[in-house]
Write a protein that binds this ligand. Sequence first.
Ligand code: GLV
Ligand code: MN
Ligand code: MN
Length: 398
Amino acid sequence: MWRELAPIGRHTGSGGYRRYAWTPADADCRAWFRAQAEDRGLAYETDRNGNQWAWLGDPAAGDAVVTGSHLDSVPDGGAFDGPLGVVSSFAALDELRARGARPRRPLAVVNFVDEEGARFGLACVGSRLTAGQLTAQDARALVDADGVSLAHAMEKAGQDPDAIGADPERLARVGAFVELHVEQGRALDLLDRPVGVASAIWPHGRWRFDFRGEANHAGTTRIEDRRDPMLTYATTVLAARKKARLAGALATFGKVAVEPNGVNAIASQVRGWLDSRAADEGTLAEVVTAIEQAARERGARDGVEVSVVRESFTPVVEFAHELRDTLAALLGAGAPVPVLPTGAGHDAGILSAAVPTAMLFVRNPSGVSHSPAESAAEDDCLAGVSALADVLEGLACR
Ligand code: GLV
Ligand code: MN
Ligand code: MN
């Protein structure tokens, strides 16, 4: 499975993955998913929002145990974020069959579409729509950097954008969702353990900062006469780092768009996207307010207009305690399994508002993620498959 997925959407220059929702690379990943389902005799379907499902057993029976993740990526993402969960899910079903386990509950593997939000700016579009946390109208209106709407992109990829929306009937059939994911930090590495269970996801969001100044000649405009939005932006980036550090939070400007983007012109506008996260919502709100205030103060000095729009927000997620404890009991035969929080967002976090949800993490030796350098050792991936099979067997086959 890993070998087949490896070349899809891989950029030869960076070595990273560019698998954006509803692009040809995404279509190739989706074709791969479908083939995996059909090769195993699983019942394949695409839901109204474009999420892919592969069923073992009758979905209508209800109380299903569902596992899976996503196949899309951030710009130049690593191989594991998302795909490890999907590949491990199919491998865990194979393992269950090899063990001769007999499921009493329906089992399914799912690929949630557009988890990273790399193309349309909003993360977890597939799961948000399904869980009713994003309206069809708002989703259809999302646009990519080229001005292509999500609705148009879906249509071009053969998915009906008029059909999208909340899917409570589908969710009502899910008794538990378990997402396996590569760890995106070093907690497991520091504990010297291959697999852990998630406790919570930090609240997080994305804010778009627009800095509007005045385009002018780089060689003839006196310093006193400039209204340079790059300056306000740069100061805001430094303020973000400082405010986050003081609060024990995180704040990142990882994406920026400059107009007109000419080497010998002062920019007319800089647009920067802030990603901020903290252990609790109060701290997060304080940090973002402080960054916004710093931007406005500096903007006033620079003659630059500042506006801030919140593009998305995901509240704190505390995973279902009972399911988390069940997982810990199923996996803790030798030594207690590590239980850890994460600052990364996941479809599991979105679904947790609607169904009992849990996550398994697989050790990432460097902790690097959202980068081509993301890694996991083969033995640890296999330990992850075995742990997921233990969980599926414990939940669905006893
Ligand atoms: C998803 O990977 C996120 O946390 O941004
Ligand atoms: Mn990710
Ligand atoms: Mn992910």
